[in-house]
Design a protein around this ligand. Structure first.
Ligand SMILES: Cc1cc2nc3c(=O)[nH]c(=O)nc-3n(C[C@H](O)[C@H](O)[C@H](O)COP(=O)(O)OP(=O)(O)OC[C@H]3O[C@@H](n4cnc5c(N)ncnc54)[C@H](O)[C@@H]3O)c2cc1C
Length: 162
């Protein structure tokens, strides 16, 4: 927990309670966005879902509100636009659940790749991530690496005593 924040403002899941402008309740000019923020509203009484879309949209709204502050304009409250969900579930397989439109399989997977690539910042990053993905796809290389260190016999004895 961050020092200086009233423990009563830390709610379910260790999130910090904010108002509709992502300002931490009762603390002027201190903001929390994304997973760490809990902005309770009528539609989301327990706070918004902890997904990337919420974090990105709150960052966007907050950035604009900070500019409004600088120009002595009124802040606009955050309103979440839910554009749907997607998940990839393996090579060439994905599901897309968009408002009023659901599809799956290869085209959903291509769409998943496209949307995620477009959301990566910078052309250079997009390019290198695209090359990485192509390499993993073509080489069947798995990105997951598990490094398991063998315990020494002494460590095993100590662990057995616990
Ligand atoms: C396994 C997994 C799968 C997910 N899959 C999806 C998905 O498919 N779709 C989706 O929309 N969302 C998904 N999410 C959720 C999504 O990742 C989060 O909602 C999103 O990243 C929230 O963004 P954020 O900026 O709030 O937090 P984060 O992305 O967690 O960024 C917080 C950053 O702050 C840094 N930080 C933490 N403490 C400190 C400190 N004291 N000082 C400085 N820096 C600090 C962290 O290192 C981190 O870089 C997934 C999450 C997980 C864990």
């Amino acid at each position: 927990m961050l020092n200086g924040i009233d423990p009563n403002l830390i709610v379910r899941g260790g999130r910090i309670s904010t108002d509709e402008f992502n300002e931490v309740k009762g603390i002027k000019d201190v903001f929390a966005i994304g997973d760490i923020a809990s902005m309770e509203c009528k539609k989301y009484p327990k706070g918004h879902p902890q997904v990337a879309q919420v974090a990105m949209q709150q960052a966007n709204t907050l950035g604009k509100n900070l500019l409004r502050d600088l120009n002595s304009k009124t802040r606009k409250p955050f309103v979440y636009g839910d554009y749907g969900s997607m998940a990839t579930i393996g090579r060439s397989k994905a599901v897309a659940d968009l408002p009023g439109f659901h599809f799956n399989g290869f085209f959903a997977w291509l769409f998943w790749l496209f949307v995620h690539l477009m959301n990566i910042l910078g052309v250079k990053n997009k390019f290198f991530i695209f090359v990485d993905w192509m390499w993993y796809y073509l080489s069947f290389d798995q990105s997951l690496r598990l490094v398991i260190k063998q315990k020494s016999p002494d460590e095993n004895i100590e662990a057995d005593k616990l």
